[in-house]
Design a protein around this ligand. Structure first.
Ligand SMILES: C[S@@+](CC[C@H](N)C(=O)[O-])C[C@H]1O[C@@H](n2cnc3c(N)ncnc32)[C@H](O)[C@@H]1O
Length: 254
């Protein structure tokens, strides 16, 4: 069954998945949470302003909102930047559903939303390489399939948007094995961010050798998580006790 569209409190759309029994975003504001968790806190907005090239890896393409917000920001802040956007989606929505998304209020050019139905209408299983928009140098590498089968060559991300459903319902994407695989697609400066603050998820990150920190959560949530392959990107955040959390994860405490 196709997920149903709902409006979140900041006016942007989200979906409800019957399969996972969960909303795709925070009902208090899909776009607001996304901008905070994936752009503001990990320093991506600043990176866009200062860089020539950017590679993103997103776990869970969902509605395509994160990519849309990135395109919107890049066009506004640095239209010369070259972007490679990798994303994975096992259960893409139909083009019909995507036509009804409303993200306009959060875009400088509301017309940008129209690229989403086009993307969903062209998808085939496996890797899809798409140029979603002519006025920006962005290449979307959208893998239609399970993360477990995603095996790209030559991927080293600057930022990872870890955006699956919660660990309770999407457990396989919060395991040590998943975070080890994400480490293979990272470099020393890579920053991973996620809305999730669960100890089990943080323990899995620590057990996979990530440095892990807490940050204040979006829209009234107490905390979110930022992780990196080296300590430097986490300098302004409060770190978790990585050794202890890794041990507890390995013992099966959570
Ligand atoms: C919270 S939603 C993602 C929200 C999305 N980033 C957005 O901006 O709309 C999680 C997504 O992960 C997908 N997903 C869940 N398990 C998956 C798996 N094992 N492999 C690939 N995609 C998966 C779901 O179908 C869903 O679209």
């Amino acid at each position: 069954m196709s997920p149903k569209i709902h409006q979140t409190k900041d006016g942007s759309s989200t979906l409800y998945s019957e399969r996972f029994d969960q909303y795709y975003h925070n009902p208090n504001g899909a776009a607001s949470e996304s901008l905070y968790v994936f752009f503001e806190q990990p320093g991506l907005t600043d990176f866009i302003t200062k860089s020539d090239q950017l590679t993103i890896l997103e776990i869970g393409f969902g509605t395509g909102l994160n990519m849309l917000l990135l395109i919107n920001l890049a066009k506004r802040l640095n239209p010369d930047i070259s972007i490679r956007y990798y994303s994975i989606e096992a259960f893409p929505v139909s083009a019909e559903t995507a036509k009804d998304f409303d993200f306009g209020k959060h875009l400088t050019e509301p017309e940008l939303s129209k690229i989403l139905p086009t993307i969903f209408s062209e998808l085939h299983p496996g890797m899809n390489v798409i140029k979603p928009i002519a006025s920006l140098n962005i290449e979307l590498h959208l893998f239609y399939g399970k993360f477990e089968d995603f095996k790209p060559e030559d991927l080293k991300a600057d930022f990872i948007f870890h955006d699956p459903f919660s660990p309770e319902v999407n457990e396989e994407l919060w395991s040590k094995e998943t975070f080890l695989k994400l480490a293979d697609y990272s470099k020393k400066s890579t920053v991973l961010s996620t809305y999730c603050a669960a100890s089990k998820a943080r323990g899995a990150l620590c057990a996979a050798g990530w440095h892990v920190a807490k940050a204040r959560g979006a829209l009234g949530k107490r905390e979110m998580t930022i992780a990196a392959r080296s300590e430097q990107p986490l300098a302004k955040f409060k770190r978790v006790n990585e050794r202890r959390l890794a041990e507890r994860y390995q013992k099966g405490d959570f």
